[in-house]
Ligand binder design. Sequence first.
Ligand code: FES
Length: 144
Amino acid sequence: MYSEKVMDHFMNPRNVGEIPDADGIGEVGNAKCGDIMKMYLKINDGIIEDVKFKTFGCGSAIASSSMATELIKGKTIDEALQVTNKAVAEALDGLPPVKMHCSVLAEQAIKSALLDYSKRHNVKIEGLEDIEFDDDHHHHVEEE
Ligand code: FES
């Protein structure tokens, strides 16, 4: 049911933890399953120098957040913004259809952290304006 990559990132998640002096912090949750994902970004000169995450959730959510951090580490803000939940799932060699929403959490966590960064540092990030978030750091992902 799960690919080797999903199992690997679930058993040995990369970049777990938090960044005390993070430039952007995003937190998202899925109201249905109650899983929560928190992502910390260290950004310098438009480059994501470091990223850490904490996920209280299912194995697919842990694997998705681990993979998402790998995909955006060392990348530009723009490149990070291009990382969709599909890209995360593909990088994991696929997720079962009923688990695709777990990868959505990873995409939203990245965007939520970038939005927090843009607000705190007064930087405009092209493409982020269209995304609707609440004012606090708790964003909820709706399932289709
Ligand atoms: Fe909730 Fe996977 S079941 S994120």
